[in-house]
Design a protein around this ligand. Sequence first.
Ligand code: SAM
Length: 234
Amino acid sequence: LFVDAPLSEGVAVALTRDQTHYLASVMRAELGEMVLLFNGTDGEWAARIAALPKAGAALVPERQTRPQAPEPDLWLLAAPLKKDRTDLVVEKAAELGVSLLMPVFTRRTNAGRVNTDRLRAHLIEAAEQCERLSVPQLSEPCPLDKVLADWPTDRILLFLDEGGSGIPLAHVLNGMPGEKLALLVGPEGGFDAEERRLIGSKSFARAVGLGPRILRAETAAIAALAVVQALTGD
Ligand code: SAM
């Protein structure tokens, strides 16, 4: 379970109401049982259930079971999609090693307000399920032109371009081992001509392709993440 608190031997941590419910009612855990906890910085700890009230179970870490390992440094910039499709992308991004997820608004983005609390809860749940030692960061939603204007100098932006202007993602990755990467996926309606021109004008952007078919945005995001993970092994 993810806890937003320091983890050290003998220092009790309290679970949230939902986590307590999950532990008691779903996992039917009992007092004295051990639970694995992580917080993104102190590695993974085996903690004993010291109190199991209706809310706010108390767990006492006893020993570190995994040291904090360096996590992959991979960003995913994605236009928000319809709710269930965005949830799918968020969950798979956590499983496939994304370190930062950035909702990017483009002209054809047709999703409403992004519920960052809900997305963050999905990221935590996915990180717990795949036994990561960190939860991907979720940045505030940002319009595409501002993202490009504030782009960091040390990171390559791989622009997933269904327009066929991109060379295969795997070739681009093979040509840049060790670079800090970000993937950019468009909305269901794709990028418009002005956005393509703007992205193409940036020296840090590389157009990349995922084959000759038009993939759904969520398919493109997951496929691209899988290619990066397969080639980097992270
Ligand atoms: N322009 C598309 C069309 O004509 O239907 C709509 C965009 S597509 C459904 C959603 C996004 O997935 C695109 O903006 C792009 O980022 C990505 N994508 C889809 N197919 C791709 C491909 N073959 N190669 C690279 N990116 C792709």
